[in-house]
Ligand binder design. Structure first.
Ligand SMILES: Nc1ncnc2c1ncn2[C@@H]1O[C@H](COP(=O)(O)OP(=O)(O)OP(=O)(O)O)[C@@H](O)[C@H]1O
Ligand SMILES: [Mg+2]
Length: 254
């Protein structure tokens, strides 16, 4: 599904991502972990088109998508959520999710002004699709709440629903469990598996090792921009270099 091929990016004197290589198989849940500042979010920014790498390639299903603009990458089938939640706080939950449908909308400005039957039908279909997604992520009763009034956990669910509304093949989740309590983390673990069961490949950045070890098929570890290790959750937990990078333990979590 996704091939990261010798990807490097430099910010001034800092090489934030340094010749990183890995492949995410179609249908997998692939974990990307590493200490703070390792380059995980930067790599997400490269994959989603926020930054163009200095070297290397990003291939999606064999197609070179390196350096495309974010909206083009979205149209190719990659969607993401953000480490720092990125919602329209003064819009409602359902309005935020509808924004994710934009890339699929066929009606133009004129049909919108004229309210043509085709445009009305499309608007109804979008409403139904978004309600279905809110149901899927567990936010049915909160559709008309303003995003700003939701808990952290619920805001992250809205972001996930909005990303899913673009109908991606590949979903990038950047620390979806950040700020969640234990119950919310358990629900999130189930939600990630449920999204994957719907046929979406997932690339997950997460510090909660319990969640990562439970839900992923394969993991790559970044440290100071370099890939330190790659393997199954069992292999990664037993890898001395990985344990060392996490300052002598604590990787498995509570
Ligand atoms: N636009 C930028 N300009 C300069 N430096 C940057 C920029 N973006 C990221 N960096 C630097 O690149 C390095 C990697 O940052 P990044 O945010 O990718 O880390 P991370 O692995 O996501 O960390 P965390 O787990 O804390 O989220 C850091 O040293 C960061 O300060
Ligand atoms: Mg980050």
């Amino acid at each position: 599904m996704l091939k990261i091929d010798q990807v490097t990016i430099r910010f001034g004197g800092l090489t934030a991502v340094n010749e990183v290589d890995f492949e995410v198989k179609d249908g997998a849940i692939f974990g990307l972990i590493g200490p703070n500042g390792a380059g995980k979010t930067t790599l997400f920014n490269i994959i989603s088109g926020v930054y163009a790498p200095n070297n290397g390639k990003i291939m999606l299903e064999g197609e070179d998508i390196t350096g495309l603009q974010p909206y083009q990458i979205c149209c190719k089938g990659i969607a993401r959520t953000y480490q720092n939640i990125n919602l329209f706080h003064d819009l409602t939950v359902i309005e935020n999710v509808k924004i994710g449908c934009h890339s699929k909308v066929k009606s133009g400005l004129l049909s919108g002004i004229l309210h043509t039957p085709a445009q009305k039908a499309e608007e109804k279909a979008i409403e139904e699709k978004c309600l279905g997604l809110l149901d899927f992520v567990g936010l049915t009763g909160k559709r008309d709440m303003l995003a700003r009034n939701l808990s952290y956990g619920d805001q992250r669910r809205v972001e996930i629903a909005r990303a899913m509304a673009t109908e991606p093949k590949l979903l990038l989740l950047d620390e979806p469990a950040a700020g969640m309590n234990s119950k919310e983390k358990v629900d999130l673990t189930a939600l990630i598996s449920k999204i994957n069961a719907r046929g979406m490949t997932i690339l997950l950045v997460e510090h909660d090792m319990k969640l990562v070890m439970k839900v992923t098929d394969e993991i790559a570890v970044l440290n100071f921009g370099k890939k330190l290790a790659q393997g199954t959750p069992e292999e990664i937990q037993a890898n001395p270099a990985v344990i060392e990078a996490y300052l002598g333990g604590g990787i498995i979590g509570d």
